[in-house]
Design a protein around this ligand. Structure first.
Ligand SMILES: NC(=O)C1=CN([C@@H]2O[C@H](COP(=O)(O)OP(=O)(O)OC[C@H]3O[C@@H](n4cnc5c(N)ncnc54)[C@H](O)[C@@H]3O)[C@@H](O)[C@H]2O)C=CC1
Ligand SMILES: O=Cc1ccc(S(=O)(=O)O)cc1
Length: 482
């Protein structure tokens, strides 16, 4: 079986050990062996990135544009093959996985353009005869720590702006899904960028991630993952003076008002709660439904859920693939039990099942769960599950719906289904979330505009679009005597 090594200073470098990458749709299918590095690999990667930084930070914008554009083109040309790998290692369906790969390619092409658009300002000084220029410069070596749920898109949306603005990169992908990140590293390696500018170190979060966060020569950390790990990283970065950007959890509300188009509200709720196995930080998990539409909505959503086919991510006809791991499956199932114990009623789903094709292959398949008669204080409505589990809260009117939607420690994405312009406008202004959706699923974002949240969901500057430069550059103000 092929062993996939780390990329350090332009060379494929074995780790101290290897780890198998297993298909969650078929536990007998081992995709490959992937290097497991240690702190000495992080030291070597950071040293290579530090050595490469002086030249890369002043490299021409045309060269940087061309490298990123080439990377984007190869990703797009190979989207079917890379999408198949992604579906095989992470468990989202093939169409979803191909879409994610295409997103990664588009992100590289967008940031190729951003290389050419980086601008400064020129102002007069308040002191006569002096000119002021404001420019942006790269920050240095950036450490990128990424999660398992978007194995290529999240690495892409951190790597592409980092390189575009002249930084050098050490990335640690999630150890559950190293295959897509390794394939991306291979494409970047062959794009012709100088050795050391981009480095990949695979391995355990507590070892590789922690070594990156603690490293004195790393100037900034961008992290996506769980709240607990994110907060620990933020504390360590503040202590050592590193710039830090965190994207963490969500408990995204989907409000459904009496005046909503019922079929549309049901479809967008099914999409954002259960598709991609509910494993999106933007997924809805709290359905906040006003009194009069509640019975029809719950009934119609259950009917829609009955049509969802759960099974092998790569099989034709699958709507929802497996949960990513045994640990995540146990977490999802345990939250169904916690909700029941607290008084919510399980309307449908919520147990481990076999693949809809009857393949007999063992995978982490779970029937999407809908819990009704839940209340805002229940744990199911306060803690992130990160699986195909949604709960419904009944409210009297829009005002109560908004209050319940905002009654959370998180603030990533929030949605409303309504035909009322008045309520849609009010919700856009008053939902305490970084992203608001009107008559659209809470999940489903563009790649060229800012992504991020408020409260416990995010920390630091926004990712994506032209706002990405806030994190990946530092501002310089220069005064010149005329
Ligand atoms: N907001 C999001 O997009 C995501 C949220 N999650 C949440 O996190 C939960 C657990 O998933 P995990 O993959 O275990 O998330 P995690 O936060 O443990 O892992 C995310 C990344 O951080 C690394 N990491 C782990 N411990 C670290 C440490 N001490 N220092 C530095 N890096 C470290 C991991 O190896 C991985 O690359 C999920 O159930 C879900 O609730 C998970 C994935 C994505
Ligand atoms: O973090 C990457 C990411 C998050 C969400 C989505 S979407 O909401 O499913 O579009 C895509 C990429």
């Amino acid at each position: 079986m092929t062993t996939h090594n780390n990329l350090i200073n332009g060379s494929w470098t074995p780790g101290k050990t290897t780890s198998p990458n297993t298909n969650p749709s078929d536990l007998s299918d081992v995709i490959g062996q992937y290097a497991q590095g240690d702190a000495s690999d992080v030291d070597a990667a950071v040293a290579a990135a530090t050595a490469a930084f002086p030249a890369w930070s002043v490299s021409g914008i045309q060269a940087r544009h061309d490298a990123l554009d080439k990377i984007g083109n190869e990703i797009l040309a190979r989207k079917e093959e890379l999408g198949d790998l992604l579906a095989r290692e992470e468990g989202k369906t093939r169409p979803e996985a191909i879409g994610e790969v295409a997103r990664a390619g588009q992100i590289f092409k967008f940031f190729a353009g951003e290389c050419l658009r980086l601008a400064g300002e020129s102002l007069p000084s308040v002191r006569p005869g002096i000119g002021v220029e404001i420019t942006r410069e790269p920050i240095g070596v950036v450490g990128l720590i990424t999660p398992w749920n978007f194995p290529i898109a999240i690495p892409a949306w951190k790597i592409a702006p980092a390189l575009a603005f002249g930084n050098c990169v050490v990335i640690k992908p999630a150890d559950l899904v190293p295959g897509s990140a390794w394939a991306l590293a291979d494409i970047i390696h062959r794009s012709g960028i100088p050795a050391g500018v981009f480095n990949l170190v695979m391995g355990r979060g507590r070892i590789i991630g922690d070594a990156l966060v603690q490293h004195p020569d790393v100037a900034a950390i961008s992290f996506t993952g769980s709240v607990g790990v994110g907060r620990g990283i933020a504390e360590a970065c503040v202590k050592s003076g590193k710039k830090v950007q965190l994207e963490m959890g969500g408990k995204n509300p989907q409000v459904v008002l009496d005046d909503a188009d019922l079929a549309q509200a049901v479809e967008l709720s099914a999409q954002s709660c259960f598709y991609s196995t509910g494993q999106r930080c933007t997924a809805s998990s709290r359905l906040i439904v006003t009194d009069k539409i509640y019975p029809a909505f719950v009934q119609a959503l259950q009917e829609r859920m009955a049509k969802i086919k759960v099974g092998d991510a790569r099989a034709a006809g699958t709507d929802i693939g497996p949960v990513v791991s045994q640990a995540q499956l146990e977490q999802d199932l345990s939250y169904v039990e916690i909700a029941k114990a607290e008084g919510a009623v399980l309307a449908t789903g919520g147990s481990r099942i076999a693949c809809h094709t009857g393949s007999g292959k063992e995978g982490f398949f779970m029937q999407p769960a809908l819990l009704v008669d839940s209340t805002p204080q229940m744990r199911i409505n306060r803690e992130e599950v990160f699986g195909p589990v949604a709960s419904v809260i009944r409210v009297q009117d829009y005002e109560e719906a908004l209050a319940v939607a905002n009654d959370t420690a998180f603030g990533l994405s929030a949605g409303i289904a309504t035909t009322s312009l008045k309520y849609a406008s009010h919700f856009k202004r008053h939902a305490q979330a970084g992203m608001v959706m009107v008559n659209l699923p809470t999940a489903g974002v563009d790649y060229h505009v800012p992504f991020g949240g408020r409260k416990g969901s995010s920390y630091g500057p926004r990712e994506q679009g032209r706002y990405a430069q806030e994190f990946y550059t530092t501002v310089k103000t220069a005064y010149t005597l005329a």
